[in-house]
Write a protein that binds this ligand. Structure first.
Ligand code: ADP
Length: 610
């Protein structure tokens, strides 16, 4: 879509022009205007020059007690302080100096006044005029002297056939279906009006960052072929109260003039936060929100202005904003599932050159939990890696390595682990994998439970990691599966304890994850007999990190803590038991990993089943 770009840095070119004018002025015009420069000399030099016949004309200034004189050619002007010298006139007379001559041309006071006051004023005036014109252009030719205050700076995308289309947005079928209706409405409004249906005024796209919300909004405009106003919520928030509100007014006015069109407000939570009525609250934000609410009420549903907004914190939005008649519809844009991931990788892989051997399904399985933006990044990293290695196209290996780069950072080439540390890391990682394998095996599945185990340190600080596979999509997790996951997480530490009889700091991330899982089982999923189906915790921030807050009494909290410890301990013991029973395999695989540094899931299973 063609974005009508604002001139980016007009000031720089103006400054250059002004600077050029000043330099030219100083080098060419100034010497001419200023006349000759006056050199100060002492009286002795004056006498000497007079006697040598080098003085042309002289002017005796009684008032300022100075003598101004020129050389014979009258090229240079000199000045000296006058001393009491009764022979002066004689000397000059004898030397043939014309000292009654006309006044020698010096910088006149009027000229120097012009130079130092009027000229800079004129330059500033011209500069100001240029700036004002620029502002006028920016503000759409209206009232330049308002300095663009409170004007909406929404970027307008004009109608264009090469814009983003729904086909560019992979996966997200439900969201696309929902939005396709809007496109249809913009194409055939009569069809809807005939039956009396009115389109939703606003649609709220909610989901984690990087899932394609902005892309979807652009795709709606691209498909409908209508102007697209895009603005971020934070752009409304200004330092002065009332400015944001006036920007909102301006945006809606522009939109109504251009209807049918789409207005997209990204990160709407920046202005749409719940009004809490606290004293000293954010007046500017509340006024902006009030204005937005008023504007959304102010136009009829069928004017053809459709408002799309995106947020990853829907729970913080003001209920007034979410009520029908404003944002009538909420369109979830979730993290892509396996199929969605594969499609997204394929869409982005079209933009780069890839080899024939690429198994997109495998890449999608490896990149479990990645968002669309991360997948786009993975594909690009693969292309960059191919260039770095002087290859013509990206290979499967490039893509696999770039997943690891995006997840865990680049390989640390010169991180030096001691031999013992390396051995501990190898056992730790194999501990995870072995516990995972033994548990899945017991559930009659013989596929490799891990994709890859590596003990190459990464820039994220990970000394090694085990990449798990995701076969198909999981929408439900049983209690057993969750317990097994906790056991797998504790497997690393259990291996260290069994083999080295010591514990290290390497398990901190595992501990964090295991605790979170165990806690959610008890407080949110009702998987503990003691609390039955009572929620002890509520999630406050679903899409950004998933923070939770406790909603129970202090005694219950203490009990929860106790239960969490019990649960994790039980799984830790289970993991230790599994590893002790398979001690030989643990040693064998760890030794192999220690030597090779990276092993695949197949290699792992081969040793395990040998
Ligand atoms: P959001 O607004 O949800 O934070 P964006 O729409 O800005 O995310 O997406 C960022 C980038 O991620 C896009 O430019 C695109 O390259 C990629 N992307 C995200 N989701 C998808 C998708 N479903 N299909 C293709 N590319 C996607």
């Amino acid at each position: 879509m063609n974005e009508v770009k604002k001139p980016k840095k007009p000031l720089i070119s103006y400054y250059c022009i002004v600077l050029l004018i000043l330099i030219l002025f100083n080098s060419l015009a100034m010497p001419w205007l200023m006349g000759h420069q006056v050199k100060d000399v002492d009286y002795g030099t004056f006498i000497q020059m007079t006697e040598d016949g080098k003085v042309g004309r002289a002017e005796i200034k009684e008032q300022s007690n100075t003598i101004v004189f020129t050389d014979k050619e009258e090229k240079n002007i000199y000045q000296t302080a006058m001393v009491s010298d009764p022979d002066l006139t004689d000397r000059l007379y004898q030397a043939g100096v014309s000292f009654y001559g006309e006044e020698i041309k010096q910088t006149s006071p009027i000229l120097s006044f012009l130079m130092s006051w009027i000229l800079p004023l004129l330059i500033f005036g011209a500069l100001g005029e240029l700036l004002a014109r620029q502002l006028m252009k920016k503000a759409g030719g209206k009232n330049a002297m308002s300095f663009g205050m409170g004007k909406s700076s929404a970027k307008i995308y004009v109608k264009s056939s090469d814009g983003i289309k729904f086909s560019d947005v992979a996966g997200e079928d439900e969201a696309k279906e929902n939005l396709a209706e809007i496109v249809d409405y913009l194409h055939n409004p009569d069809k809807y009006k005939k039956i009396g249906a009115s389109m939703p005024k606003g649609l709220l796209l909610v989901g984690p960052p990087g899932t394609g919300k902005t892309m979807l909004a652009k795709a709606v405009a691209g498909e409908a072929n209508v102007p697209f106003f895009s603005m971020s919520g934070s752009e409304f928030v200004e330092m002065f109260v009332g400015m944001g509100a006036s920007k909102v007014r301006d945006l809606f006015q522009q939109a109504k003039e251009k209807a049918p069109c789409i207005v997209f407000i990204d990160e709407i939570d920046a202005i749409g936060k719940k009004r809490d009525g606290q004293i000293g609250g954010n007046d500017e934000r509340e006024q902006t929100l009030n204005q937005l609410l008023t504007e959304m009420d102010g136009f009829e549903g069928n004017t053809g202005v459709i408002i799309l907004a995106a947020t990853n914190r829907p729970e913080t939005l003001d209920p007034a904003l979410l009520r029908p008649g404003r944002f009538d519809r909420r369109v979830p844009v979730e993290l892509p599932d396996l199929k969605g991931r594969e499609e997204i990788i394929r869409v982005h892989a079209k933009k780069i050159r890839v080899g024939d051997n690429v198994d997109y399904g495998k890449i999608a399985r490896m990149a479990s939990g990645a968002s669309g933006a991360e997948l786009a990044n993975i594909v690009n990293e693969a292309a960059l890696r191919a260039v770095r290695d002087h290859r013509e196209y990206a290979t499967q290996e490039d893509l696999e390595e770039s997943i690891e780069v995006v997840i865990a950072g680049y390989q640390k080439k010169n991180a030096i682990l001691t031999d013992k540390e390396k051995r501990i890391v190898a056992y730790h990682e194999v501990g995870h994998a072995l516990v995972a394998a033994k548990q899945t095996n017991s559930m009659q599945s013989h596929s490799a439970p891990v994709q890859k185990i590596t003990i190459v340190p990464r820039t994220s600080g990970a000394l090694g990691y085990t990449m798990q596979v995701e076969e198909g999509n999981h929408y439900l997790m049983t209690k057993d599966e969750m317990e097994n996951k906790i056991a797998t997480l504790t497997g690393g530490r259990a291996a260290e304890e069994i083999v080295f009889s010591c514990v290290t700091t390497g398990a901190s991330n595992d501990i964090e994850q295991a605790t979170k899982l165990a806690r959610s089982m008890i407080t949110r999923y009702g998987m503990s007999k003691d609390f039955d189906m009572v929620a002890m915790e509520t999630q406050t921030n679903q899409y950004l990190g998933g923070d939770t807050s406790l909603t129970c009494s202090a005694e219950t909290q203490a009990m929860i803590d106790q239960k969490v410890v019990e649960l994790v301990r039980k799984q830790h013991e289970k993991a230790a038991q599994i590893l002790m029973e398979n001690r030989e395999k643990l040693d064998e695989i760890s030794q192999y990993l220690y030597q090779k540094e990276t092993i695949t899931g197949e290699e792992f299973m081969k040793i395990l089943n040998s």
